[in-house]
Design a protein around this ligand. Structure first.
Ligand SMILES: CC(C)(COP(=O)(O)OP(=O)(O)OC[C@H]1O[C@@H](n2cnc3c(N)ncnc32)[C@H](O)[C@@H]1OP(=O)(O)O)[C@@H](O)C(=O)NCCC(=O)NCCS
Length: 176
């Protein structure tokens, strides 16, 4: 995705989806400052501190898109309100791990669904360009995270329980 794409959320607000870039470092600090403990735990599975999440080196690294992974941001009425990430891994880069964070006041208005759909389109486009035939999109989600589990189910992901911990593995294989 070179340019931004416009959507509307369930409130009718303008949502712009575009690739993350270096200019997002400062807005990202503000974004992290607004995340509730519950959101942080749902995303990282523990109380990942604000200081560590917003370490300047980490943020700068996260704002760089590479062959190994990329991120999209969602701007709601001009404000950074969500991030969706994808990382590629073996075998042969045909697995894409995805993860999302939407700031609390913008949750449940369809923005996570929009990000997953745009992220999926880019994953498919990249892998087609690499002449791959299949891609499996995967994620780890807390069992108690009803919203994210519901969102993945709605998008046709399979839920797998692996062991007795608090997480579910979700995945969807696509012929491309
Ligand atoms: C999880 C998250 C990314 C979802 O994004 P969102 O914009 O809030 O979600 P959406 O509005 O697009 O979709 C939510 C879906 O959850 C489902 N849902 C919501 N509440 C639910 C519940 N109690 N039980 C089951 N499903 C539920 C619905 O299917 C809904 O889809 P609908 O639009 O058809 O009703 C966002 O809430 C978030 O950032 N949460 C905190 C961090 C996190 O959990 N990250 C995920 C780690 S992989």
């Amino acid at each position: 995705m070179e340019q931004s794409i416009e959507h509307r959320d369930k409130r009718g607000n303008l949502v712009i989806i575009r690739p993350i870039c270096n200019h997002d470092v400062a807005p990202l600090r503000e974004f992290h400052d607004e995340l509730s403990e519950e959101t942080v735990e749902n995303r990282w599975f523990y109380n990942y501190s604000f200081g560590l999440r917003t370490d300047p080196k980490r943020l700068l690294h996260q704002c760089t898109n590479t062959e190994k992974g990329f991120a999209l941001v969602a701007l709601v009425e001009g404000k950074l309100s969500g991030i969706g990430r994808a990382f590629f891994s073996e075998p042969q880069g045909c697995i894409a791990h995805v993860a999302f964070t939407i700031r609390d006041i913008d949750q449940s208005f369809g923005i996570g669904t929009i990000l997953l759909s745009e992220l999926t389109s880019i994953i498919i486009e990249r892998k087609r360009n690499e002449k791959k035939r299949r891609i499996t999109i995967i994620a780890e989600v807390l069992r108690t995270n009803k919203k994210m589990v519901g969102l993945f189910q709605k998008q046709g992901f399979t839920l797998l329980c692996r062991g007795y911990d608090d997480t579910l593995h979700v995945e969807k294989s696509l012929s491309i």
